[in-house]
Design a protein around this ligand. Structure first.
Ligand code: C5P
Length: 394
C-alpha cells in the first residue's frame, strides 16, 4: 500500500527524535520511499547518518545543504511528496508552521507542498497545554493539517501527562488512512466485527473461544485504507486500537448484536468476522460458583444469530470456521443466513484460522461459486474479500 509513495519525514529537535528512526524504518518496510529532513536542533539528538543508513537516501539537514540532491530545491521535495509527516513536531515548529515562518527546510517544504501534512506533536506537558500551543494546533487543524493526538504517559522531564509522541503504529495507520482516502471504498460505510465473544457464567468465569480478532482487524484496517468509513465492533480486547475508525467494544453476543444493529444505519456492508459464541448460560450466577466436589451441570441457551437476524440493504459477509466438509457446510450457512459471501476457513490447518497471522480460505458467493485461495497473510485475505464487496456494491 505504501509502495511507490514518497513520504517526506520531518524530524524536529526533541528527545522523541530517536523514535523517528524506528518510524522511518517501518515506513521503508511498508514499501515507501522516505526522504528525511531534519531541523538543525534534531541533529543534536540523532545523527543524520542514522537516517541515511535506514532510508538509504541523503538526509536534508539545512536550507543550503549542498550534500543533498534536494539542496535548496525545497520546491521539488515539496512536489515529490505524496505526504509529509512531521514526527516529532516540537512546540516551536508548530508555532512557526502556524505563523507561516519558513526558516527551516521542513517548514519551507510544507509551505510549498500540495500534499497532505500529518503532524505528530511531542513536548513537555506544560508546553503542550499552554494556550499558545493549543491555539497554534487549532490554527493548523483549521488549515487541514492532520494533527495526531499526543499520548498520555511519562515524559522526559519525569512528569506524567499529555505530550508524548504517539506510538509509531498510530502514525503509520494515519499515513495509510490519509493516502487511502480516495480509494475504491471512499464514501462507503463498512461495519466489521472481530474477536471471540465472552459469555459470563458467574462474576469471574466466561465461555469463550480461541479467536484472536486478527482477521476482523485486518479487514477493518484494509477497508479504512481503501477509503471506507469503518465501524469496528470488537470483542478482541488484546488487539491494539486502530486509528481512523470508531471502535465499539463489546463482550457478549447480545451486546454485539445491539452494537451491530445500531451501527448498520447507512451501512453498505456488514462483515462478521467475529467468532460469536453459539451458547450462553441460561442464568448467570450472581456469586462465584463454589467447588463442591460434585459434578456441575450448566444449562446453556442459544445466543441470537446476529448475521442471520439482521436485515437491510447492505452486503452481508459471514465467516465459517470448519473442521470438516468445509465448502458444503459453509454453503449451507450462506443459504441459511442469506449472505452475499461466506469465507470458509479450514481450522484443521495450523497455519490457518485462529490466532495466527495467515489464513487459507475459500470464498463462496450466493450462486455457490467457490474460490479457493492459497495461504496468505490475513491482510491479503482481507483485501480479497473487500475486492468482492467493492464489485457487489457497484
Ligand atoms: O453458524 P456459525 O456460527 O458457524 O456462523 C458463523 C458466522 O455467523 C460468522 O460470520 C459469525 O460471525 C456469525 N454468527 C453470528 N451470530 C451467532 C453466531 C455466528 O452472527 N450467534
Amino acid at each position: 500500500m505504501l509502495k511507490d509513495k514518497t513520504i517526506v519525514l520531518g524530524v524536529t529537535g526533541g528527545i522523541a527524535a530517536y523514535k523517528a528512526a524506528d518510524l522511518a524504518s517501518k515506513l521503508i518496510q511498508a514499501g515507501a520511499k522516505v526522504e528525511v529532513v531534519m531541523t538543525e536542533a534534531a541533529t543534536k539528538f540523532v545523527a543524520p547518518l542514522t537516517f541515511r543508513a535506514i532510508t538509504n537516501r541523503p538526509v536534508v539537514t539545512g536550507m543550503f545543504d549542498m550534500a543533498s540532491e534536494w539542496s535548496i530545491e525545497h520546491v521539488s521535495l515539496a512536489e515529490a511528496a505524496d505526504i509529509i509527516v512531521i514526527a516529532p513536531a516540537t512546540a516551536d515548529i508548530i508555532a512557526k508552521l502556524a505563523a507561516g515562518i519558513a526558516d527551516e527546510m521542513i517548514l519551507s517544504t510544507v509551505l510549498a507542498t500540495k500534499a497532505p501534512v500529518i503532524i505528530a506533536p511531542a513536548m513537555d506537558v506544560n508546553m503542550f497545554e499552554n494556550s499558545v500551543t493549543q491555539e497554534n494546533i487549532a490554527r493548523l487543524k483549521a488549515r487541514s493539517f492532520i494533527i495526531i493526538e499526543t499520548g498520555y504517559g511519562r515524559l522526559a522531564s519525569g512528569k506524567v501527562g499529555r505530550g508524548r509522541l504517539v506510538e509509531n503504529e498510530k502514525i503509520i495507520g494515519t499515513v495509510h488512512m490519509v493516502l487511502g482516502c480516495k480509494g475504491d471504498l471512499a464514501g462507503k460505510k463498512i461495519v466489521v466485527t472481530a474477536g471471540g465473544t465472552e459469555e459470563p457464567i458467574d462474576p469471574v468465569r466466561v465461555i469463550t473461544n480461541r479467536s484472536s480478532g486478527k482477521m476482523g482487524y485486518a479487514i477493518a484496517e484494509a477497508a479504512r485504507d481503501r477509503g471506507a468509513e469503518v465501524r469496528l465492533i470488537s470483542a478482541a480486547h488484546h488487539q491494539p486500537d486502530l486509528v481512523g475508525m470508531k471502535i465499539v467494544r463489546v463482550h457478549t453476543a447480545v451486546e454485539m448484536k445491539e452494537a451491530v444493529t445500531k451501527s448498520l444505519k447507512g451501512a453498505h456492508a456488514l462483515i462478521m468476522a467475529a467468532a460469536v459464541a453459539d451458547y450462553q448460560a441460561k442464568k448467570v450466577a450472581k456469586e462465584k460458583i463454589k467447588k463442591t466436589g460434585a459434578s456441575l451441570t450448566l444449562e446453556l441457551v442459544q445466543t441470537p444469530d446476529i448475521l442471520g437476524e439482521v436485515r437491510g440493504n447492505f452486503i452481508k459477509v459471514g465467516f465459517a470456521a470448519e473442521s470438516e466438509n468445509l465448502v458444503e457446510n459453509a454453503a449451507k450457512k450462506l443459504q441459511k443466513k442469506q449472505l452475499d459471501f461466506i469465507v470458509a476457513n479450514d481450522i484443521t490447518d495450523a497455519s490457518s484460522g485462529f490466532g495466527v497471522d495467515t489464513n487459507k480460505v475459500t470464498i463462496i458467493d450466493s450462486k455457490g461459486k467457490a474460490d479457493r485461495l492459497p495461504l496468505m497473510n490475513k491482510r491479503e485475505v482481507a483485501d480479497k474479500i473487500l475486492d468482492r464487496v467493492v464489485k457487489k456494491i457497484k
